[in-house]
Design a protein around this ligand. Structure first.
Ligand code: PMP
Length: 383
């Protein structure tokens, strides 16, 4: 099988330590060993979420935690607001519509940063406001801290999708007063897909008490009661919990501040390399884009062809554009188990693929060279 380089916004590469933890013989989920494993993992998750409140774990992809943040918070007919500037903002709207709600909608152009004041201006009378932290489709990390501040006078609860940001970029769940943060295992948390999480504030628990939308396997109270007893309500993906625990151990050993700084530096070098290839950035050319870099394709070059060529010829898996951006951009993910060499690989592979499709970069290897300068802190690469 050819070698695969996952340099994508998820699923991200799994470190050997995590793979090793998942390869151990299966333990039973009602055993004392699992109880210890679960307790340690949940404690570490709370630290990763930067909250002392409850963090609930579900079997499922990130979208299941998003869905739980609708069904456990709302009643039919509730006023809610979605703020969206990309594919995952749209997902909130789709879930709400699927449950019969008629959300208010604050939409901005894909690629823009959400405007906190404009969101707050539409939030009066809303039970909750649904936003995205790292909008994976555009590379923008939205300023959820300012959104939380702007919403405070409105009394609306804030629900944040942090599927592609939690653990990779600063998100102070408790300190910033975010009521619900949802995430998944397969991005900055370096674990295969299949686990989803929701942090629930005191205020969100009171909403859950009154929420009457239908729910069963994603019921928060059921999960909380089982977790309080040292277990899960249903058979959990035991192997993934073992992997996640190892990954969270690695995150603690490195320290979240160091990880946020690493992602920022990888993103800076990526942007410098992209510019040196003579390409334009779609994602912001600043530190508000530290998880995913989105690159505009040169005129006449279809991003989906670049994506396919990179994958099939070089085994380098980046990501194409979604929705209206399909074909127009290529996305490089730099979250999770990533280092400088992944960025250099991504830039070089992108260059080779573009040359094959007729593009002439300024000089061979310019992107990788610029990234090396950025990593080494020499030359004019910084921004
Ligand atoms: N939100 C964001 C910001 C995401 O990046 C993703 C995954 N790309 C999701 C939600 C959905 O997660 P999942 O595919 O795990 O359901």
């Amino acid at each position: 099988m050819p070698r695969t380089y996952l340099i994508t916004p998820g699923p991200t590469p799994v470190p050997p330590e995590v793979a090793e933890a998942m390869a151990r013989p299966l333990i039973h989920h009602r055993s004392p060993d699992f109880k210890v494993l679960l307790a340690e993992t949940l404690e570490r998750l709370r630290r990763a979420f930067l909250t002392d409140g409850d963090v609930l774990m579900f079997a499922g992809s990130g979208t299941s935690a998003m869905e739980s943040a609708v069904t456990n918070v709302l009643c039919p007919g509730d006023q809610v607001l979605v703020a969206s500037a990309g594919n995952f903002g749209e997902r909130w709207r789709k879930i709400l519509l699927a449950y019969g709600l008629e959300p208010r909608y604050h939409g901005q152009e894909w690629g823009e940063r959400l405007d906190p004041a404009a969101i707050a201006a539409q939030a009066d009378g809303c039970v909750a406001v649904y936003v995205t932290h790292s909008e994976t489709s555009t590379g923008v990390v939205h300023d959820v801290r300012s959104i939380a501040e702007a919403l405070r006078p409105t009394g609306a609860a804030l629900v944040v999708d942090a599927v592609s940001s939690l653990g990779g970029v600063e998100l102070q769940t408790a300190e910033w007063g975010i009521d619900v943060v949802v995430s998944g295992s397969q991005k900055a948390l370096m674990t295969p897909p299949g686990l989803a999480f929701a942090s629930v504030s005191e205020r969100a628990w009171s909403l859950a008490e009154r929420a009457t939308l239908p729910r069963f396997s994603l019921d928060w109270k059921t999960a909380r009661d089982a977790q309080a007893g040292g277990g899960t309500p249903f058979t959990p993906p035991i192997t993934l919990v073992a992997g996640l625990n190892a990954a969270l151990g690695m995150i603690e050993a490195e320290g979240v501040d160091a990880i946020w700084a690493r992602n920022r530096d990888l993103a800076r070098a990526t942007r410098a390399g992209v510019r040196a290839l003579g390409l334009e950035l779609f994602s912001p050319d600043d530190d508000s884009s530290s998880m995913v870099t989105a690159v505009l394709m040169p005129d006449g070059i279809d991003g989906q062809r670049v994506y396919g060529l990179l994958r099939d010829r070089f085994g380098v898996v980046l990501a194409g554009g979604q929705g209206p951006l399909r074909g127009r951009i290529i996305r490089i993910g730099h979250m999770g188990y990533m280092n400088q060499f992944d960025i250099i690989t991504a830039l070089s592979a992108l260059e080779l693929a573009l040359i094959e499709l007729g593009y002439s970069p300024p000089s061979p290897g310019a992107g990788a060279a610029r990234a090396v300068e950025a990593f080494a802190g020499v030359g004019a690469a910084g921004d």
